[in-house]
Design a protein around this ligand. Structure first.
Ligand SMILES: NC(=O)c1ccc[n+]([C@@H]2O[C@H](COP(=O)([O-])OP(=O)(O)OC[C@H]3O[C@@H](n4cnc5c(N)ncnc54)[C@H](OP(=O)(O)O)[C@@H]3O)[C@@H](O)[C@H]2O)c1
Length: 322
């Protein structure tokens, strides 16, 4: 039995784990992170996540200029999931655009989603737009008021930028639902930069991206370091993939593996279970998957409950990394 989490102060109930769909980009810059997947594989990943109880999917315009949005919704339709049965979140890409572009492109986003409504629409990042954050958030509020989207979120926003976004939305009778930021056992910046404290105070959900630190927390690169050579350059750089990283993080990975063995689980599941428990209600996670087996493993992490002693050991080993 999976306990749902509320998305911000909306009435949307989401599972603690959603599926990250950057892996479905198919084309463009994002394929410098992950190799493109064919539609059959995408279909089996989406089916595995859905069968594992996942009730929401996070995509973005930037993931292949709509390719991920189309691939996701084609996959949902092919497995018999109809609009409204699951939640879909997507993101507006601010780079080189003004806030007016938000209203101008919303119909293109809805077309790419092929009948699935936008339950959460996020500003992908606070930088790169030709307009201020204030104007961007106002344009998002107008979409919400016009009924084009169900909730407004942001991504990669600082604590101060979250405050600003929420203040602007409140002037429209709305609230900020979420901020999508990087969070994992190997990336705990939210605990020190004010984002966690601000999210709790404002009732904003934090959506953890790269919750497996782009795959490092699965332990497969520690077991077979040569695998790092197959990792695409941008992913390798942003994930900090290096021999030094493997050495530094080895004690944490060993502990993940030991705990996983005791439960008949895999390290990735333990890393996700820690994340969902450590930050309690405030944080949900969107692990990505390049195979159905990975999607199944991540969704099953929702049923893994660690003891206080296990959580403490992971906390201590992870804190030593920061
Ligand atoms: N808002 C933003 O700025 C932003 C930025 C980055 C990501 N995101 C979102 O966050 C999602 C997740 O982040 P992410 O994909 O960067 O990192 P992640 O979820 O930490 O890692 C995903 C990768 O880990 C590997 N993996 C997953 N489960 C595994 C398992 N059970 N066993 C072995 N390997 C496993 C797979 O890599 P292999 O290819 O090695 O199989 C998979 O592609 C993305 O899909 C995207 O939607 C958002």
């Amino acid at each position: 039995m999976i306990t749902m989490r509320r998305l911000g102060s909306t009435d949307l109930e989401i599972t603690p784990i959603g599926l990250g769909c950057m892996q479905f980009a198919g084309q463009g810059i994002v394929t410098q992170f992950y190799r493109p997947l064919d539609q059959d594989t995408i279909g089996s990943i989406v089916r595995a996540a859905h069968q594992g109880g996942v009730n929401w999917f996070d995509t973005a315009e930037m993931y292949g200029r709509g390719h991920s949005e189309r691939a996701l919704t084609s996959a949902l339709t092919s497995i018999g999931v109809t609009p409204g049965q699951v939640r879909v979140s997507t993101k507006w890409a601010p780079l080189g655009r003004t806030a007016a572009n938000i209203g101008r492109t919303i119909d293109a986003r809805l077309t790419a989603l092929q009948g699935f409504p936008i339950d959460l629409y996020q500003i992908h990042e606070p930088h790169g737009s030709l307009s201020s954050i204030t104007r961007q958030v106002r344009a998002m509020a107008e979409l919400r008021t016009a009924g084009k989207i169900a909730a407004v979120g942001v991504s990669n926003f600082s604590a101060r930028q979250m405050e600003l976004a929420d203040e602007i939305l409140r002037a429209h009778g709305l609230r900020l639902a979420s901020n999508q930021v990087q969070i994992s056992l190997l990336h705990r910046a939210i605990e020190h930069n004010g984002v966690l404290e601000t999210a709790r105070r404002l009732g904003v959900t934090l959506i953890a991206f790269s919750p497996l630190r782009s795959g490092l927390l699965t332990g497969k690169f520690h077991a077979t370091p040569e695998l790092m050579r197959t990792v695409r350059p941008i992913r390798r750089t942003l994930g900090g993939f290096s021999a030094r990283t493997l050495t530094r993080t080895a004690p944490l990975i060993d502990e993940l593996r030991a705990i996983a063995d005791a439960y008949g689980a895999v390290p990735a599941q333990v890393a996700l279970a820690w994340l969902l428990t450590h930050y309690s209600e405030t944080v949900v996670a969107i692990p990505g998957a390049s195979s159905p087996t990975q999607a199944t493993a991540s969704s099953e992490a929702m049923n893994l409950h660690l003891t206080d002693a296990e959580l403490d050991r992971l906390d201590t080993l992870s804190a030593a990394q920061h």
